[in-house]
Design a protein around this ligand. Structure first.
Ligand SMILES: [Ca+2]
Ligand SMILES: [Ca+2]
Ligand SMILES: [Ca+2]
Length: 397
């Protein structure tokens, strides 16, 4: 361990060396860094043997079934302390904020990072842990009309007992300040989307007593989030639930549902299901309540899995991560929902910017930023989490 009077003062060792800075703590941990440092993480021989005997997946997708399409480029290589990049948000100053939940190896604390042009630096490194899991797990994130940054937490891999939260990072002059819980009781909070003064959040595991394949879009008003923590009522159609979905589980065994989330030029919401790839359009009444939800019929290629997505409202094209097939797909909402594959790679480690299980996309100008999540489940093109940990970009024509 290295000790430093100013944590993360030096970026290069953080990004290149993977060293963790320890804090001397005698009180119970309140941040994940403290919790991790207290845990004295030791990898035993038994752990190593288990990993060797049980790879993430020995099946993958059939050899030769995954083509190479397009040529995504490498944006960043992250160190082992940042092993699972995920959510992306565009900040008011034009920088991007990246969440790093470290789900592939969460012995490393989660954090938020800042992308400024071609540099990547720490943004918020001391995220508050959920009290019972002692983990922070930031997923998607978005800046609100109040200038603050909101991120969803995925505690589902730590606890199935609705421990996930919606967090607010107070931002002043572009710098992060206090981080507080604005809503709790999610199962697997995932995507975060602001549209006007309304915040929409997908919960990929919003199960009901009679449906354990449930997921949902929930909504919150800015005014409500300023009045203290909202406590959702798990396993109910809580008043914050805007729309519910049900996953048809396939051979992957994954029942995660609503995942990525954005809206088109007409204000309709779109989300996609991680477990079965269905794409949904949710239209709203003028008062913001649900008018209709429908499953899109796609033309051309069918998509088996939808992770993060973004809509270019100038063209109404959806750019989405087909996590399972290691691809970025484009769905043209103005042309019969025609699907074309923008980029795809067979199983890779991500070197050189090749796709390594893309989870999130963000479009800024003509540049599509891609987080390579690299944390597979069975029957995915990506068969294992591996270094290098990467971000890719595609410059659109
Ligand atoms: Ca479920
Ligand atoms: Ca990798
Ligand atoms: Ca990989």
């Amino acid at each position: 361990m290295l000790f430093s009077p100013k944590p993360f003062r030096q970026l290069l060792p953080l990004l290149m060396g993977g060293t963790l800075l320890a804090a001397c703590q005698s009180d119970p941990p309140t941040t994940e860094r403290e919790a991790v440092n207290k845990e004295a993480v030791v990898k035993t021989d038994a752990d190593t043997a288990k990993t060797a005997a049980e790879p993430a997946d020995t099946m993958g997708l059939p050899a030769g079934s995954v083509p190479t399409i397009g040529s995504p480029k490498l944006l960043f290589t992250l160190d082992d302390a940042h092993n699972t990049p995920d959510g992306l948000a565009l900040a008011p100053n034009g920088h991007l904020i990246l969440s790093v939940p470290n789900l592939a190896d969460n012995s490393q604390p989660a954090s938020l990072m800042e992308i400024d042009g071609n540099t990547l630096k720490p943004y918020a490194t001391n995220l508050p842990v959920e009290p019972t899991t002692q983990k922070a797990a930031p997923m998607d994130l978005a800046f609100g009309p109040d200038g603050n940054l909101y991120y969803a937490e995925n505690q589902y891999e730590n606890s199935k007992d609705f421990k996930s939260r919606l967090m607010r990072v107070e931002v002043k002059n572009g710098k992060p300040g206090a981080i507080t819980t604005v809503a709790d009781g999610f199962a697997l909070a995932n995507a975060v989307l602001w549209k006007g003064n309304t915040l929409y959040v997908t919960d990929s595991q919003w199960d009901l007593p009679d449906n354990d394949k449930g997921s949902a879009i929930l909504k919150f008003s800015l005014a409500e989030l300023g009045k203290g923590t909202v406590h959702l009522k798990p396993k109910t159609k809580d008043p914050h639930v805007l729309a519910m979905f049900s996953t048809t589980v396939n051979e992957t065994g994954v029942d995660n549902g609503a995942d990525g989330l954005d809206y088109d030029s007409q204000g309709n919401l779109y989300t996609g299901s991680f477990g079965d790839g269905k794409l949904y359009r949710v239209s709203l009444k003028p008062d913001g309540s649900l008018a209709k939800q429908e499953t899109l019929t796609l033309s051309g290629k069918q998509i088996p899995c939808v992770d993060g997505l973004i809509i270019d409202r100038a063209t109404d094209k959806i750019y989405l991560c087909n996590s399972r097939e290691n691809a970025i797909e484009v769905v043209d909402l103005r042309n019969g929902n025609k699907v074309t594959t923008l980029a795809q790679n067979p199983d890779t480690d991500g070197a050189g910017g090749k796709l390594d299980q893309p989870a999130e996309v963000l479009l800024k100008g003509k540049r599509l930023y891609i987080s390579d999540f690299d944390h597979p489940v069975k029957h995915f093109a990506n068969t294992k989490s591996d270094a290098p940990h990467t971000m890719s970009v595609i410059d659109l024509p």
